[in-house]
Design a protein. Structure first.
Length: 346
């Protein structure tokens, strides 16, 4: 909101239902170098300000219609930057206090003294200008923060991509795994009708779901034979470690929970928390299906890749125990080939 500059200075709004009092206030304003627009009622003043807002409004307290107290409140509600000066008789002190509580900056007693009037206008206008300067500074600061946030996000995403590539290079059998899991998860998420914000969270969580595997030695990641009990425990720790790695830079709880929970099972037999049923976050339940499907259909150090139909059959057999059956049904419906049951779990 801006204000209009007249030929001799700043424009203000003066409101009083008594013509003589209004004339005096307008003359005082002109004498002090201000231009004026005037109204006889609070309602007329609002109409004026709607067409031409000014930085300062000088208003009588008692007027026909809704009066000065209402006008001060309306100005505060609709034009919070505008400064308001209330002119009142001595016996209206209580009402003047109500106006101050409603947002007026000053009040003057009738008959108005010229010096007091000039000082009140100057101080109220100064407050207005300070507020406007503060708003301009705040807007500039918000813009800078927005720009820096975008830059930080860009840097963060670039770093994440590098981390994922580095992780997958440590395991020759999982190159492209994170991106494939992300794409499959999003495909299922869209089929389920997830909102745009949830899809963004799912995308990030799926991309980073295995980041905790940085803590696992390459010899274990690429081991062709069966893992020992201690080695398996290290592998089981990667969802929790992934959450700890990302917690300082990703504040979104849904993303972190999805990463932590992508190896939970519907029957409570998963890890790291042994969550059961709906205790497992929806995004984690989605990622677990995509993760298992991709693991089955790609070669690993300890086994060759399964056929697509075999992988889908394995997912179907896991519905209700390992996987959410509703999500499995939706995932299967995205694929055209479902062969005979293949009794193998992930």
């Amino acid at each position: 909101m801006g204000f209009s500059d007249g030929s001799t200075g700043t424009t203000i709004t003066v409101v009083d239902d008594e013509p003589l009092a209004l004339d005096v206030l307008v003359r005082f304003a002109h004498y002090s170098g201000y231009e004026c627009q005037s109204a006889a009622t609070a309602e007329q003043a609002v109409e004026l300000l709607t067409r031409r807002p000014t930085p300062v409004v000088v208003t009588d307290l008692r007027m026909p219609g809704r009066g000065g107290v209402w006008l001060v409140g309306e100005i505060k509600r609709r034009w919070p930057d505008i400064g308001t000066i209330v002119v009142t008789a001595g016996d209206d002190a209580d009402a003047a206090v109500h106006c101050l509580n409603a947002g007026a900056q000053r009040y003057l007693l009738k008959p108005v003294n010229l010096d007091d009037f000039v000082h009140a206008l100057a101080s109220t206008l100064q407050i207005y200008e300070l507020q406007r300067e503060r708003e301009r500074y705040r807007a500039q600061l918000e813009q800078k923060v927005h720009q820096q946030t975008r830059q930080i996000r860009h840097t963060f995403l670039s770093t994440i991509k590098t981390l994922v590539r580095t992780l997958e290079q440590r395991d020759n059998y999982t190159v492209g795994h994170s991106e494939r899991v992300r794409n499959l998860s999003l495909k299922l998420g869209r089929a389920l009708g997830l909102e745009r914000q949830q899809q963004k969270q799912l995308s990030l969580a799926a991309k980073l779901h295995d980041i905790g595997k940085f803590s696992i030695p390459e010899a274990i990641l690429n081991k062709p034979g069966r893992l020992s009990a201690s080695e398996y425990e290290l592998v089981r720790g990667h969802p929790e470690i992934g959450e700890h790695i990302l917690a300082p830079i990703i504040r979104n709880r849904a993303v972190l929970a999805a990463i932590r929970g992508h190896h939970e099972r519907l029957d409570g037999g998963g890890y790291p928390d042994g969550l059961r049923g709906d205790q497992i976050p929806l995004l984690a339940r989605i990622i677990s299906i995509a993760d298992c499907y991709d693991a089955l259909t790609t070669s690993r150090a300890y086994r060759p890749a399964r056929l697509e139909a075999e992988a889908l059959d394995a997912l179907r057999l896991g519905a209700g125990s390992q996987f959410d059956p509703v999500l499995i049904e939706a995932f299967l419906s995205l694929n055209v080939a479902v062969q005979a049951a293949h009794r193998e779990f992930c």
